[in-house]
Design a binder for this molecule. Sequence first.
Ligand SMILES: Cc1ncc(COP(=O)(O)O)c(C=O)c1O
Length: 408
Amino acid sequence: MAFDIARIRAAYPALTEGFVHFDGAGGTQTAAGVIDAVTDVMRAAVGNRSAAFEPGRRSLELVAAARSAVADLLGAEPDGVVLGPSATALTYTLARTLGAGWRPGDEVVVSRLDHDANVRPWVQAAEAAGATVRWAEFDRHTGELPTGQYADLVGERTRLVAVTAGSNAIGTVPDVPAIAKIAHSVGALVCVDGVHSVPHGPTDLASLGADVLVTSAYKWSGPHLAAMVADPARWAALRPAKLVPSADAAPDRFEYGTPSFALLAGVTAAVDHLAGLDPDAVGDRRARLRAGLAAAQAHEEALLDRLLAGLAARPAITVYGSPARRCPTVSFRVAGMSPAATQQALGDAGFCLSSGDYYAYEYFQTMGLRDSGGAVRASIYHYNTADEVDRLLAELDAVADRTGTMAR
Ligand SMILES: Cc1ncc(COP(=O)(O)O)c(C=O)c1O
């Protein structure tokens, strides 16, 4: 299918404002169907969950629909979907719950490629339990996360391996299935951060080998809510800290407080939006999600190639990492300019990009770049166009010309 970019862009009201968004990794714009779904719920009679009256039944249905939508997105079961305010909050809940069962001498493996949300909760839970933290290192030149090291990192006492399915800093897609296989050979649990990867292609919990997978809806056209998925049997075996009267059944017992029912309608609508990216796709929602996200992936990869070629042709630009498999996310610096100054200059011209470490704290620390401002990040999403890539490259030239730094 040819990706009908005009049709796609028309589904995002915010794009009419004219900003150029290369900040999807920090949060995408919201699809119209999501906005409508959220406002519809806010305008309707919706009560707290109760089977006794219609508005109460509606909120029960909103929760069930969101679980089922996220399950379709990730290849999970609805009863395996824990919903929550953010990936960070959910990972902390899981880390505290699992950590309560760790003992001194147990080991936890984290990676220096990960966003801190899939590092610090595990490190702190390990510290609290007296467990040992072991670090997987990335290759500083390629930005790859070599799989081979995991054979040395895991052992009989490894309880958990936490790893990203896509780096939010430089895009690297590690070989998670191979890492999971090594972890499972010693009975360790595999917790995968899918926050950056899920928006950029089809995802399947089982093929990844993930025991737990985390995703955030605001990175895929939805509202600021997140989900953590696993086999329902996994949740049934875990007892998080919780209020005495709150639901005791899994997955509900992992969810704190009253859910945001309106935003949950937005999560469902965002999944439906992704399932409609390929209008020719047929089959159930999971099949249409696969087709739509595969089409988006092909479109994003073409834009990534164009961006990387353009950046490579500019000698004053340094791009960090060259991983073979990657999400459409690039970190770079312009010679003679701080990342914040580059970001500001681009921002003044209407281009939205992040700068700094974007919480990929260990990556930028290891690279020795963090203290001097990290990098600038261009992250592509399916509503971006080739013209926007060209305009970004031209604007980088203009920015550098103004400061006299660019050797073209
Ligand atoms: C790879 C990755 N993991 C985790 C997070 C944290 O997500 P949340 O904001 O939902 O806590 C982010 C946010 O940028 C991210 O990019």
